[in-house]
Structures are given as structure tokens and as C-alpha cells.
Write a protein that binds this ligand. Structure first.
Ligand code: NAD
Length: 302
């Protein structure tokens, strides 16, 4: 190798390890909160129907509550619940002083209007950060609940000490729960933040070309392994949000979880990369716990 040549070292953004560390920090804060005479923070989750992935997510959330010393309540209803019945549950949770925050796990069955449910949640208990008033606060840079997945990614960048200021971030996917809030957070003034952001979506022309301009690439699409090495700049930070169950008869559960990034192809080119699983997913849950603790603390002081 000549003197000027360097080898690219890829570091893994280990969301699993970081989430365990942050859970310990939250548990310590909860213990202190309870020692001051407050009740434990209480998160409720509403799960409608029998979608396997949704059940797995909710189970993880409930388990994580126990790990940090929260109380949790799981409300399960069959897929044929009416919208009016679901709205009644939401109104009940809004009015329940014993609940600090709650989530209604998405997606909901087709006959239910997701947006009507989201808008019925009291913004003060909206720990998913999906209510228009929380989204509006995010867009304006005002305090409020930030959706858990983008918030978890920001924590990852911060804890890894990744410089974002002035860098070009490309976010693929414009959903209201991941891509759009992610693009807002990265462009906001702050650290991490202060990026120049390009938001790509299904109608973007020359996606590969846009991606190659990214110092920080966030893929939130849900198309397994769509990001290949020739779409990534040498030394980029690559954050893979995608989680898709891909059938695999050799796997214990009959499927494997695949990200949007072809990890083996892309990783050698990156400075940092998140694995799937064990990257963004665990950080999402940690952000939900943080939001719930904040809701409990705000509720107690109001
Ligand atoms: P979504 O279906 O709501 O949005 C997908 C986005 O991808 C859309 O904005 C669409 O315009 C864009 N898109 C579709 N095809 C495209 C293409 N060919 N090129 C460029 N853009 C394209 O999905 P979502 O809810 O934002 O979730 C995205 C992925 O992230 C899914 O795999 C989901 O399971 C996963 N997810 C993971 C977590 C986590 O905690 N890790 C949390 C939420 C979502």
C-alpha cells in the first residue's frame, strides 16, 4: 500500500447495545422519580387484530417497560372492532389520570381511519408523536413529542459522536412516522442536525444518483436490500430503517428480517452502518420510553 492510501474502517452502530445502556439510564431516572414520591410512569398500548409483526413490536414495548420500572397496560381488541369502539378506548385513555402516555399500534385494519384515531389522542399523551400538533411543533422546532424511530436515530448519531453539521443527508421515504420527521430533525438547527437534506420517495428520479451524494443516508422504504454499494458514497454513514419479513424455510421462524440496505455489499464502503436487526429497531423502543417518562414528568408538574 502506498503512503497516501488508507483502508476504510466500517464501524457498526449497535442499536442493541446502546439501547441497553440507555434503558439502564432511564431505569435510574425512574428509580429516582419514584423515590421522590411519584408513581411509576405508565404506558398503555392498544393492539388491534392479529398482525404478527405488530404483536412482536408491542410485546417488545411491554417487556421494555418492565425493564425500566414502568407500569404498562396492553389493551387487545379483535380486528373487527369498529372505529367508534376504538375511539371510545382512546377517549378513555385520554381521560385516565393513571396513564401518562399511550400508543395505538399501526397499521390498523382497513375499515378504520388511522388519521381519525391519531387525531383523537390527547397530544400530551401522544408518546408516538404522531398527532398533528406534535408534528407541527417538530416542524417549527418547538418542544413536543418526536416520533420514536427518527428520535432514536438522532440519539444514535449523537452518542456515536457523528458530525452532522453542514453534511448532506439523503432520506429515502416520506412517511409521516419515519421519513418526513427524520428529514425535519436532520435539517433542524442543533447537534445532531444542521444537515442539508434531500428527501427522496417513490417518484424520485435517479434515486441512485441522489443517494451517491449522501454523507448520511437514511433508508426508510420497506424494500429489502434495495440499496446496493454502487448507490453509496465512500465513507458514508448508512442508517437502515427498513424491516421486512422475507420468507426463509431454513430460518427457525420461517422468515428472516431484512433491511432496505444490502448490508454485505454496502458495509465495506461505509464509515458507519446500522445492522438489521439490532440497529434502529431497539432505539425506537428506547425513544418511546423516553417520551413516556417525559409525559409522566410533565403531567406531574402541570
Ligand atoms: P411507508 O410504506 O409508509 O413509506 C415508505 C416510503 O418509501 C414512501 O414514502 C414511499 O414514497 C417510499 N418509496 C417506496 N418505494 C420507493 C422506491 N422505489 N424508491 C424510493 N422511495 C420509495 O413505510 P414506513 O412506515 O415509513 O416504514 C418504512 C420501513 O421502515 C418499513 O420497512 C418499516 O417496517 C420500517 N420501520 C422500521 C421501524 C424501526 O423501528 N426500525 C419503525 C418504523 C418503520
Amino acid at each position: 500500500m502506498s503512503e497516501n492510501e488508507t483502508t476504510m474502517e466500517t464501524a457498526i452502530l449497535d442499536g442493541k447495545a446502546l439501547s441497553q445502556q440507555i434503558k439502564q439510564e432511564i431505569a435510574a431516572e425512574v428509580a429516582e422519580w419514584v423515590a421522590q414520591g411519584h408513581r411509576k410512569p405508565h404506558l398503555a398500548a392498544v393492539l388491534v387484530g392479529n398482525d404478527g409483526a405488530s404483536r412482536t413490536y408491542v410485546d417488545h414495548k411491554v417487556k421494555s417497560c418492565a425493564q425500566v420500572g414502568f407500569t404498562s397496560t396492553l389493551i387487545e381488541r379483535p380486528a373487527d372492532i369498529t372505529q367508534a369502539e376504538l375511539l371510545d378506548i382512546v377517549h378513555g385513555l385520554n381521560a385516565d389520570d393513571g396513564i401518562d402516555g399511550f400508543i395505538v399500534q399501526l397499521p390498523l385494519p382497513r375499515h378504520i381511519d388511522d388519521q381519525a384515531i391519531i387525531e383523537a389522542v390527547d397530544p400530551k399523551k401522544d408518546v408516538d408523536g404522531f398527532h398533528p400538533s406534535n408534528m407541527g411543533n417538530l416542524a417549527l422546532g418547538l418542544p413536543g413529542f418526536v416520533p420514536a424511530t427518527p428520535a432514536g436515530i438522532m440519539t444514535m448519531l449523537e452518542r456515536a459522536g457523528i458530525e452532522t453539521e453542514g453534511r448532506h443527508a439523503v432520506v429515502i421515504g416520506r412517511s409521516s412516522i419515519v421519513g418526513t420527521p427524520m428529514s425535519l430533525l436532520l435539517s433542524r438547527s442543533g447537534n445532531p442536525g444542521n444537515c442539508t437534506v434531500t428527501l427522496c420517495h417513490s417518484r424520485t428520479r435517479n434515486l441512485a444518483e441522489e443517494c451517491r451524494r449522501a454523507d448520511i443516508l437514511v433508508a426508510a422504504v420497506g424494500r429489502p436490500e434495495m440499496i446496493k454499494a454502487d448507490m453509496v458514497k465512500e465513507g458514508a454513514v448508512v442508517i437502515d430503517v427498513g424491516i421486512t419479513r422475507v420468507e426463509d424455510p431454513t430460518a427457525k421462524r420461517g422468515y428472516r428480517l431484512k433491511g432496505d440496505v444490502d448490508y454485505n455489499d454496502v458495509a465495506p464502503k461505509c464509515s458507519w452502518i446500522t445492522p438489521v436487526p439490532g440497529g434502529v429497531g431497539p432505539m425506537t423502543i428506547v425513544s418511546l420510553l423516553r417520551n413516556t417518562l417525559a409525559a409522566a414528568q410533565r403531567g406531574a408538574s402541570s
